[in-house]
Write a protein that binds this ligand. Structure first.
Ligand code: DGI
Ligand code: FE
Ligand code: FE
Length: 200
């Protein structure tokens, strides 16, 4: 009754996702939701928050560029910055606006996990880390090293996150796209987080 889930109607979310995402991305969203729930149970994070953040993380993924810019600005991004960003970097911030306005979802933890799921950022919360990683390792993801990363995710969260950052950065370099500073800051922070830690 007191959980965050009680205030948000999961069925409404599923209907919205079905109507606004391709079949493949709808499945991806459900997969990320399930993987995030498993990681949350494994690492002692709130599984209800992980479920909602996982389901909703890509709810804005298939909007048009003008819609993404408009919603990202409503979520607090600067107008000039929003106009300059590629679509891929706007769907996290834009999703925050959709979550607030369509689903009355105002939980700051969940919204931050959705907001930063593409790039990560410095000093991520456990929920942010879980959503970032679940997006990478859900069962239908297929890239070299994904099986190894799935195992690592449940053994060493920090190392798995660094490996995910490395994969993203390698991909962006290969494509010749600009690397968002949050992507770099996320990786640097995770590496420093382990310095002096005997477990690392
Ligand atoms: O939404 P998904 O496809 O499930 O995954 P995602 O939210 O991680 O988005 C992946 C896309 O975002 C992919 O096309 C690469 C792009 N991306 C991620 N980090 C950066 C980036 N693009 C740029 N330009 N800079 C980044 O730092
Ligand atoms: Fe995404
Ligand atoms: Fe995703």
């Amino acid at each position: 009754m007191h959980g965050v889930k009680a205030m948000v109607h999961e069925q409404d979310i599923l209907i919205f996702l079905e109507e606004n995402l391709s079949k493949k991305r709808y499945r991806h969203s459900v997969n990320v939701c399930r993987t995030a729930e498993s990681l949350a149970l494994h690492y002692g994070c709130d599984p209800e928050k992980a479920v909602l953040a996982g389901l909703l993380h890509d709810c804005a993924r298939e909007l048009t560029k003008p819609e993404l810019v408009q919603f990202a600005v409503k979520a607090g991004l600067g107008a000039a910055e929003a106009a300059a960003e590629p679509k891929e970097l706007l769907h996290g911030p834009a999703a925050v606006y959709l979550c607030r306005s369509l689903f009355n979802l105002n939980d700051g933890d969940i919204l931050a996990a959705i907001r930063y799921h593409t790039t990560g950022r410095e000093n991520m919360s456990l929920l942010e880390k879980i959503i970032f990683l679940a997006d990478f390792i859900e069962p239908e993801r297929d890239f070299p090293g994904v099986a190894k990363l799935r195992r690592l995710a449940f053994r060493d969260l920090r190392r798995a996150l660094i490996a995910a950052c490395d994969t993203t950065i390698r991909y962006i370099l290969l494509k010749g796209m600009p690397i968002h500073t949050d992507t770099v800051l996320a990786r640097n922070y995770l590496i420093r987080e382990g310095a002096g830690n005997t477990q690392s």
